[in-house]
Design a protein around this ligand. Structure first.
Ligand SMILES: Cc1cc2nc3c(=O)[nH]c(=O)nc-3n(C[C@H](O)[C@H](O)[C@H](O)COP(=O)(O)OP(=O)(O)OC[C@H]3O[C@@H](n4cnc5c(N)ncnc54)[C@H](O)[C@@H]3O)c2cc1C
Length: 373
């Protein structure tokens, strides 16, 4: 294969970000706003549909600060006015967002949201290379040389700082030998249903605890209802990867099944697919000349709905820390580490408390594991 330096720019202070999800893009936008030349290398050929649609109401001040408030003002997203829980009791209860900014969150069209984020970063001067495969990273004196495969050729580019925004797999951190700590074995089994009758569905996120895990369901603006069954990877029965048995399992719920006006299997897209949803973190999210952001650094349990907002908040802090560091402020990277690790440490007891609220199946493996944490 030919070697090329097509991706090389002559900039003396260039940042290369691996991964163009919410964390990588928020980092890129912040760096561009600070005048730092930035390249995003994304493994996928285009923005792909992703599971994880609930954007917390708490994110609005961050969106305002980053000039991104228009991103959610679109008819491709639905407002979400609260959570309806069946958790710790057989009676549903509502937690409305009346005390949050704007009194609402969103059920996002993730593809539209991430497409607009990437377009915005491009309009600020960030260069994107899609379908790019990380081959090798070499540490030069005070720089990095990155080898990637792009359009059938191997390209080499230099960077003063690298960012791992590759999600839970943390590809760069792993490549650099950084260990990861896992707190559970959680996996989400997701299915998108096309509904004809949606008028009876309140604009809430619906959450229901069951004996071997919990479900959530979110209505999307295109009349799809996404349902996700969260359980531990080793508790998943092989059959649940098929839509019929998945639908039968869903029929055993009390709250989630009421969102469907029929007990006949509706039309669905893509079948059932599984996604790792383990709560986990890197042993340290920073190293010499690199840092990790978003899920790559700290991956939260979807029960928290922290994922997207914390990835974007992390991107904002990371971008500012890198810009400061490149201007000689050595303390900026340890400060980023302190702020993000503290946020994750503060979250852990809240996360455990959430699971302790459910005591109906204490002998069941899923709940026992969480109560013993
Ligand atoms: C089942 C489930 C449900 C969830 N529900 C919610 C929810 O309702 N609300 C919420 O806020 N969060 C939710 N989340 C979490 C949320 O989706 C993530 O926290 C969020 O996507 C993190 O953003 P990120 O940019 O860090 O990572 P990602 O969104 O995972 O983006 C990483 C990007 O890196 C790219 N990449 C991977 N490897 C490479 C490589 N080697 N080189 C270059 N690019 C690479 C990927 O293609 C991807 O585009 C959920 C997660 C799961 C698993």
């Amino acid at each position: 294969m030919e070697k090329d330096n097509y991706l090389h720019t002559n900039s003396s202070k260039q940042v290369v970000i691996f991964g163009g999800g919410p964390a990588g893009t928020a980092t890129a936008i912040t760096l561009a706003a600070r005048g730092v030349p930035t390249i995003v290398l994304e493994a996928n050929p285009t923005v792909r549909s992703k599971i994880g649609e609930v954007l917390s109401a708490n994110v609005k001040p961050l969106l305002n600060k980053m000039g991104l408030n228009k991103l959610v003002d679109s008819s491709t997203h639905l407002p979400c006015y609260g959570n309806r829980f069946l958790w710790g009791s057989s009676q549903p209860r509502d937690n409305l967002f009346i005390d949050r900014p704007l009194n609402r969150g969103w059920h996002l069209n993730r593809t539209d949201f991430e497409t607009k984020l990437s377009q915005l970063s491009i309009s600020l001067g960030v260069k994107w290379f899609w379908n790019c495969k990380l081959l090798e990273v070499r540490s030069l004196e005070s720089k990095w040389e990155v080898l990637v495969q792009y359009r059938g050729k191997i390209h080499s580019l230099e960077a003063n700082f690298l960012v791992d925004a590759t999600g839970r797999k943390a590809k760069l951190a792993r490549y650099l030998g950084r260990a990861r700590k896992y707190y559970d074995r959680c996996v989400g089994l997701a299915c998108y249903f096309f509904l004809e009758d949606i008028e009876h569905i309140p604009l809430y996120t619906h959450i229901e605890a069951v004996a071997d895990g919990w479900w959530y369901a979110a209505l999307l603006a295109d009349r799809r209802l996404v349902t996700v069954f969260m359980t531990d990877g080793d508790l998943v029965e092989r059959a649940w990867h098929q839509v019929e048995p998945y639908w039968q399992k869903l029929q055993q719920t009390k709250l989630i099944k009421t969102l469907f006006s029929t007990d006949r299997l509706p039309n669905y897209a893509r079948g059932v697919f599984a996604k790792s949803a383990q709560t986990s973190c890197l042993v340290s999210p920073v190293g010499e000349g690199w840092l990790a952001v978003g899920d790559a650094a700290f991956a939260y349990d979807p029960i928290s709905s922290y994922g997207i907002s914390s990835a974007m908040g992390g991107g904002y802090y990371a971008g500012n820390a890198i810009a400061d560091y490149l201007r000689g402020r050595q303390e900026a990277i340890p400060a980023y580490r302190m702020v993000t690790e503290r946020a994750f440490c503060n979250y852990l007891p809240l996360w455990r408390y959430q699971y302790l609220q459910e005591q109906r199946w204490v002998a069941g493996t899923f709940w026992r594991r969480r109560h013993q944490q």
